[in-house]
Ligand binder design. Structure first.
Ligand SMILES: C[C@@H](O)[C@H](N)C(=O)O
Ligand SMILES: C[C@@H](O)[C@H](N)C(=O)O
Lengths: 163, 163
């Protein structure tokens, strides 16, 4: 199936929050996100990577304006669950390439990561689906990141959107 | 914007692999995925959560048939990069809900996680985009997980696809 990258988007003014070392057992994710939902907090990305032992970290990326409320909710749960704690950063942006076909073909992902690497932009978080690869970077790099991907993927002027 | 979950899909016969404690600096993701790409290895999910200090883990989810080759590639790089090592598991399945609107509204995510929690299915990995929430679980739970989500989201018969 042909892989076609159709555009790059960026969300500035984002924040990342991680609740660290929560118990890695059924019901925990439901608890965390049930609590966020009850506060009306909207989330862009949910990222849970491989854990170690019987704990793991859960990271969310959301609009900067929701950060304090989300941190408050997660801290309360962190105590309840005897997790390690909550860390957060108010200075990130989310840059994504979207397309059809298997966008997560390593060749496509590698190309996006290389575009950022060439400009010395550190990739802080990665989350993907079949049609989208999202990288979270420091917000100071967002314009350069969008330009870089745009250039390296030779995307037409129409395809560049800064959200 | 109205959130509509339109279906649940499942990919059985998957594997997860993590390369642990790679340097968290520009160029590393490009290196890892460049190498996988050169081997022709196709990847379903790429997950990088919050790191600690100046290292982080990178997890991939891919078809079981590619696991050995991918582990080999990543082990070589792990030595080169002086990472902690590579861990893997050949027994996972990926279950996703797809839809329109902000599928990552905490309410929607919470509902999916609760569906799995009610059946005591542990969520091993989570990766999301605006239109898709993917959970990686042990493969023995896949049929039950699809049924659970189908029921709890009241999805019509048309909407359930086992890939
Ligand atoms: C950490 C969290 O995802 C947990 N494994 C759960 O299933 O809810
Ligand atoms: C770990 C990896 O994503 C690294 N931060 C990079 O930018 O390549």
């Amino acid at each position: 199936e042909k892989v076609v990258v159709t555009g790059v988007t960026a969300d500035k003014d984002m924040a990342k929050i991680a609740i660290q070392k929560v118990p890695d057992r059924p019901g925990i994710a439901a608890k965390l996100f049930g609590a966020l939902a009850r506060e009306g907090i909207s989330v862009h990305l949910i990222i849970q990577s491989i854990g170690e032992g019987n704990v793991t970290d859960v990271t969310i990326v959301l609009k900067r304006e929701y950060m304090e409320r989300a941190v408050e909710v997660l801290r309360r749960l962190s105590k309840q669950l005897k997790a390690q704690g909550v860390i957060f950063d108010a200075n990130v942006a989310e840059v994504s390439i979207v397309g059809s076909g298997m966008v997560t073909e390593p060749g496509v992902a590698a190309r996006m990561f290389r575009a950022l690497a060439k400009r010395k932009i550190n990739i802080e978080l990665i989350s993907t689906s079949h049609i989208r690869i999202s990288c979270v970077i420091h917000k100071r790099h967002v314009r350069e990141a969008v330009r870089a991907i745009h250039e390296d993927f030779k995307l037409g002027k129409l395809k560049r959107r800064l959200a």
